[in-house]
Design a binder for this molecule. Structure first.
Ligand SMILES: Cc1cc2nc3c(=O)[nH]c(=O)nc-3n(C[C@H](O)[C@H](O)[C@H](O)COP(=O)(O)OP(=O)(O)OC[C@H]3O[C@@H](n4cnc5c(N)ncnc54)[C@H](O)[C@@H]3O)c2cc1C
Length: 391
């Protein structure tokens, strides 16, 4: 009988090498048992993260002088992590965002202090934007405030919610309102670099059903005193500067969702080959085959869009619409592959012995983060189809 082999993934030899490097670290350290343990124990896999960072996978082609990493490389790393160690993948999305913000907006001193150790894996970032009162519309709802002190520094007060990796980060990138809303709500907000051990910070882990290998937290800031050098980028332009990196965020979210889709698809394929009913493997039943083919098409289509969008973005072109499409396609592939996967596995889908239930839970994240699929769709309608803004 013919052996199944996946379609080719990459355009260049360097990309194929990068993918096999990530795979070989995962094969060594992210064993099924270890993945299941970190999920059960709700523990971050420090050893895996350290091995990935030491291999240069946070830094990639980036440099302290402000050279950015390529979107294509980030997408490869994130797809592989998403297909295996989903929580570590989510942490990497946060780290890549911090790398981008520091690369684009950090002063040389800020890059030395925060970016160098980030590249090395000596500390991690947490990105604190969302608040109890608002996610999608966070700029208008933002209650976190930073006020100027007489010495030119700042005092930060407020509360953030759903912050990934806040329990064990070295620093936060916090968005806070520094001027009242005048006209557009996205103005008057500033980014701050806040060391995690600054007095006045409290972190409480939230009880969630997914992404168990990375903490999700409420973070409080009570009279946290910061120097003037804590401002990342420009005062009052922080939200706009974050929006400027959103394209990369969409691509990176798409890459993890694509990985989850692939991980779930592969796990289902494995299962339907081995499980028998009515004297034959369940993979012989047409309905299961059709679902698996539907997943395979969605996965390949999402990867095609993702690679195209990443290539356009790396070449400096306008990739926003392609990136939003890639994010929607990958999120759809992940929810389809995990839902079908659960069905294909019958009762075994609910067993923690198999990774399917973890993929199924974790796939939810990228239907709404960093922006919801509904907002992605709004974006495409408004900016690509040039229809009136619907909200
Ligand atoms: C596990 C996890 C990790 C996270 N990590 C981080 C993190 O590290 N940092 C951080 O800052 N945030 C983080 N978030 C927050 C995440 O970014 C938000 O959940 C997301 O932005 C959506 O916001 P919301 O949950 O408040 O949903 P809401 O904004 O309340 O939206 C609820 C629903 O209303 C819909 N809706 C809202 N406005 C419109 C509109 N105009 N048109 C159509 N539909 C609309 C949405 O699409 C959605 O379906 C995380 C969340 C989770 C669960």
């Amino acid at each position: 009988m013919r052996e199944y082999s996946p379609l080719p993934f990459d355009q260049t030899d360097d990309q194929a090498d990068l993918r096999s490097m990530v795979r070989s670290i995962l094969e060594q350290l992210a064993t099924p048992q270890r993945l299941s343990e970190t999920d059960e124990n709700e523990a971050f896999d420090e050893e895996l993260y350290a091995a990935l960072a030491e291999s240069g996978l946070v830094q990639l082609e980036g440099d302290l002088d402000g050279t950015p990493a390529s979107h294509e490389s980030q997408a490869i790393v994130l797809e592989e992590l998403g297909a295996t160690a989903t929580s570590t993948a989510v942490s990497f999305v946060v780290q890549y965002m911090a790398v981008t913000l520091l690369t684009q907006h950090g002063t040389p001193a800020q890059r030395d202090r925060f970016l160098g150790p980030l590249f090395e894996g000596a500390h991690r970032a947490a990105f604190a934007l969302t608040e109890p009162g608002g996610g999608t519309d966070v700029a208008r709802a933002m209650k976190t405030r930073a006020t100027r002190n007489a010495d030119g520094g700042w005092t930060l007060n407020g509360a953030k919610m759903w912050i990934s990796g806040a329990t064990d980060c070295g620093f936060f990138i916090v968005l806070a309102r520094t001027s009242p809303i005048e006209g557009s709500a996205v103005g008057g907000i500033t980014m701050f670099l806040v060391p995690a051990d600054a007095p006045g910070i409290t972190v409480n882990e939230m009880d969630t059903v997914a992404i168990h290998g990375l903490s999700t937290c409420e973070v409080g800031f009570a009279d946290v005193v910061l120097g003037d050098d804590a401002v990342l980028g420009d005062v009052d332009r922080g939200f706009r500067q974050v929006i400027g990196t959103l394209n990369g965020e969409r691509l990176n979210a798409a890459a993890v969702a694509l990985g989850i889709a692939r991980g779930a698809h592969d796990a289902a394929l494995d299962y339907v080959r081995g499980r028998e009913a009515f004297g034959r493997p369940i993979g012989g039943f047409q309905v299961l085959q059709h679902r698996l083919v539907d997943e395979a098409v969605k996965i390949e289509a999402a990867r095609g869009l993702l690679q195209r969008a990443a290539r356009v973005a790396d070449a400096g072109g306008a990739a926003e619409t392609l990136s939003a499409m890639a994010k929607l396609a990958a999120s759809e592939a992940a929810t389809t592959a995990t839902e079908n996967g659960m069905r294909a596995m019958g009762g075994s889908g609910l067993s923690r012995e198999y990774p399917m239930q973890r993929f199924w839970r974790d796939a939810r994240l990228y239907t709404f983060a960093p922006l919801t699929d509904e907002m992605m769709t709004n974006f495409i309608a408004e900016h690509h189809l040039v229809l009136p803004r619907s909200y």
